[in-house]
Design a protein around this ligand. Structure first.
Ligand SMILES: [Zn+2]
Ligand SMILES: [Zn+2]
Length: 698
């Protein structure tokens, strides 16, 4: 029996080894430990003080003359954590925040006679950002990796519960104590495999696993049910498991689109090859994937045919125009054809270059709250988020923006929705977009964030791209991140449409949709970005409703005195299950975080002034500010019948023309204004104050 010593930072644990059930394995660290190098916490869910700042385990043994295997359980690994044995690097822990058990081959001779030392530590000492991780349950198997992972066999099948036909899908394999279990299978033409996750394009998968008990889940993205099974396998045993799923969410007339899809092959980072991407697209039920690798225009058509999944989706050529001042997803583009100039540094020139590119019609502003190359497009040093205005006059004629990016989530998941609504108030015609920005197979998977585009979707392999692009630009979309929220105004007008507001009352019928494994808890109706109605959703109430429907209701609101746009946003508790886990915020602004699922209806305009067109808040405000001349009291008087969005726009226009609204005269006049006007001015001034703070010293 070798003697094992485990050093955990300043803590030293000594214990004698004990063999696992399998004779040839040595447990090097039985417990999970919370590890972090010096510095503040990354997440408040972790204790203030870590157990250790590195893992160091020493053990005495005999040299290995064949490949052995090191098994490690890891949680919340975001950065680089090399694993080394006797000073030689074996590999890095998987860069993946999901809870998983990973296996590293230990080459012959890596273990030596006598004392051996295993070290797992943060790859960049003094790194700018903290990384709280848990590492442990470390086992050294004196057998090759292939043997460890193929002790038993699972013959898996995903079928359509109604037709019995095999379906592309995702199978998640979880250990008895809740971690993703690595399997003995490799990606191939029909499989994309990562620890605990097997995507299959044919509905079939044969994978090896260590003997043990597992929970299995099969699904096919947002629209489908989730099927589960439990298995316990002895060494040498093979088990056949059939998992039946069915489409639950009614999305007829809408194509499931992911506007932001990368591959390792063509973007050079991430881990999904283009072959694996074809499998994952089919398995997640994406019908209209846009290929958006960085500054290249790739056609997924031949890869989809090669993988025999072309009938599952209609591939579209796009490009993530990746500049030093922001990223824009553009489509449809010509594969290998002329491209927008990504070396430009002015938004006006970049957008002109995009729209001058043959075929291209869509320009989506991506992840506007994230920092890339030192630029955060909608950060407070550049953007007044109360009025949707760039402070330096950057051209804002992109025609869509990401409000959900499931690969780069936000600490405040509704932040970008508010930014989008501010742009609509600022008279920008901008379509809201949900996307995945997936570079990976399983870590941030494709289609988690998605956009439903109204179009004929009866044959997903033959979607009319021109029609889809047209409707996308008209705003005929719904944004989905685990929920859908659909509204019909005055009986028939949905996103991208204008109700002529024929009656004194506006009716808004709403439905919140999701599969059975997602709950909705709240739905809020906004007018010009202001919450005007809110309903709490009791998950029990969904029981009497058809499959896929979580809530149904109708609001009646008095016809507003001026045009507004209506949008409804439903939210619910985020998914913790490893079969669809929400990623933690990419650039967190707080150590606290509460995951949420979100569905947004898109915008419906109410033509309350009956002039046959939607009039945004900015247009009303501009007219009133011009008419008031130098008379601030007259402006406030004219604003009386308008909402706070119009007031905020007026505040910005007035201050830009006449100087600070903080002057005593203006403040005195404001104190007499009506509450909506005061709220609008206050919101503008608060945003303006954030701008001043962010710009101080820059
Ligand atoms: Zn990007
Ligand atoms: Zn991207």
């Amino acid at each position: 029996m070798p003697l094992i010593t485990l050093f955990l930072g300043t803590m030293i644990l000594c214990f004698t080894s004990f063999a696992s059930a399998e004779d040839s394995a040595v447990v090097l660290a039985p417990e999970l430990r919370h590890v972090r190098i010096e510095g503040p916490r990354e997440w408040s869910e972790f204790p203030e003080t870590p157990d250790a700042n590195r893992i160091e385990a020493t053990f005495s043994g005999a040299a290995n003359d064949q490949e052995w295997t090191l098994q490690v359980r890891q949680q919340d690994v975001k950065q680089s954590w090399p694993v080394s044995l006797n000073g030689k690097k074996l590999d890095n822990l998987a860069r993946d925040e999901n809870d998983m058990v990973v296996y590293f081959p230990v080459p012959p001779g890596a273990v030596r006679d006598g004392e051996n030392t295993l070290v797992i530590e943060h790859g960049a000492r003094g790194a700018a950002a903290p990384d709280d991780v848990r590492i442990g349950q470390i086992v050294l198997h004196r057998r090759p990796r292939d043997e460890v992972l193929n002790e038993a066999t699972l013959e898996l099948e995903v079928i359509d519960a109604d037709s019995g036909e095999p379906l592309p899908g995702r199978i998640t394999i979880i250990t008895a104590d809740g971690a993703l279990q690595s399997v003995g299978a490799e990606s191939n033409a029909h499989l994309a495999v990562r620890p605990g996750v097997v995507f299959t394009s044919t509905g079939q998968a044969r994978v090896g696993v260590p003997a043990g008990a597992y929970a299995l889940f099969a699904g096919r993205g947002f629209e489908y049910s989730l099927s589960s099974a439990e298995v316990a396998l002895a060494a040498g045993q093979s088990e056949r498991v059939r998992l039946a799923i069915r489409r639950e969410v009614p999305t007829e007339g809408y194509a499931a689109c992911d506007t932001h899809v990368h591959t390792l092959t063509h973007s050079g980072h991430g881990d999904a090859t283009v072959e694996e991407r074809m499998v994952t697209l089919a398995a997640e039920g994406i019908e209209l994937p846009i290929a958006t690798d960085h500054n290249v225009q790739i056609d997924h058509e031949p890869f989809a045919r090669e993988a025999d999944v072309r009938q599952r989706f209609t591939p579209v050529v796009g490009n993530e125009v990746t500049t030093k001042v922001g990223h824009f997803n553009v489509f449809p583009a010509i594969a290998g054809g002329p491209k927008p100039d990504h070396t430009l540094t002015e938004w006006s020139e970049i957008l002109d270059s995009i729209y001058a590119t043959p075929r291209v019609k869509v320009a989506i502003l991506n992840h506007a709250r994230d920092l890339h190359s030192g630029v955060r497009p909608f950060g407070p040093s550049l953007f007044n988020d109360a009025v949707g205005e760039n402070l330096d006059g950057w051209a804002m004629h992109f025609n869509a923006m990401e409000v959900v990016n499931s690969g780069a989530t936000q600490t405040d998941p509704l932040r970008l929705f508010h930014d989008w609504m501010a742009l609509l108030n600022r008279s920008r015609r901008v379509t809201p977009v949900g996307s995945s920005d997936s570079h990976d197979v399983a870590r941030h998977f494709v289609g988690q964030g998605r956009t439903y585009i109204r179009c004929d979707d009866r044959d997903p392999g033959a979607i009319d791209v021109e029609q889809a692009v047209h409707n996308f630009l008209e705003g005929r979309v719904m944004v989905s991140y685990g929920l859908l929220c659909e509204i019909a105004v005055d009986g028939k007008y949905s996103s991208g449409e204008i109700s002529p507001a024929p009656a004194d009352e506006v009716t808004v019928a709403a439905r919140v949709l999701a599969p059975h494994w997602v709950d909705a808890s709240k739905v809020v109706l906004y007018a010009n970005g202001n919450a005007i109605r809110e309903e709490t959703i009791d998950p029990e109430a969904a029981r009497g409703l058809p499959a896929g429907v979580k809530w149904r209701g109708e609001w009646r609101i008095p016809r507003p005195s001026h045009d507004v746009f209506l949008t409804a946003i439903a939210t619910g508790p985020g998914i913790e299950g490893l079969y669809w886990k929400a990623a933690k915020p990419y650039q967190p602004t707080s150590p606290d975080w509460t995951p949420q699922v979100i569905g947004c209806s898109g915008a419906v305009w109410i033509d309350a002034d009956h002039d046959g067109r939607p009039t945004p808040a900015f247009d009303y405000a501009e007219r009133m500010v011009l008419k008031a001349g130098y008379d601030f009291d007259a402006l406030l008087e004219s604003l009386a019948g308008y909402d706070r969005a119009v007031a905020a726009q007026a505040a910005h226009l007035w201050q830009s023309a006449h100087g600070s609204l903080l002057s005593e005269v203006y403040q005195a006049a404001l104190s007499r204004a009506n509450p909506e006007t005061r709220s609008g001015f206050r919101e503008y001034l608060e945003a303006w104050r954030r701008n001043q703070i962010a710009r101080a010293g820059t």
